[in-house]
Design a protein around this ligand. Structure first.
Ligand code: CA
Length: 129
């Protein structure tokens, strides 16, 4: 599973990339919103992990463009902003998950794996209904 990680804080980026790499995921990294959007559009990723506070293009703008042009690519948003309006904006713009910093790595991993098993999730929802 190929993951694009767009995060400008080196410590958090390294923490995520190292952890997901150890779990067997392929992780590409960038610290810039504009560059991240370009790569997400040009390449085939199974998942994008997106910080909101980014240089050159903020995360919500990246999310908006990505949802419009690549609606099939799931986006997991990371944010230090805990206000409900930002969270709502992220979901409205198409994020499937929103994780507030600081977070435990296992919480991130659970959400990443949730996307890996999207079919199972759909089956569960169907049987539960
Ligand atoms: Ca940031």
């Amino acid at each position: 599973m190929g993951i694009l990680l767009i995060e400008d804080e080196p410590r958090i980026r390294a923490f995520i990339a190292r952890g997901l790499g150890a779990e067997g995921f392929t992780v590409d990294e960038t610290d810039d919103g504009q560059v991240g959007l370009r790569r997400a559009l040009d390449e085939q990723y199974d998942l994008v992990i997106l910080d909101l506070g980014l240089p050159s293009l903020d995360g919500l703008s990246v999310l908006e463009a990505l949802s419009r042009q690549r609606p099939q690519v799931p986006v997991l948003v990371l944010s230090a902003r805990s206000d409900p309006r930002t969270r709502l904006a992220a979901f409205t713009l198409g994020a499937y998950a929103y994780l507030e910093k600081p977070f435990a790595f296992d919480d991130l991993l659970a959400r990443v794996r949730l996307q890996g098993g999207r079919g199972a999730e759909t089956a569960f929802e169907t049987s539960a209904g």
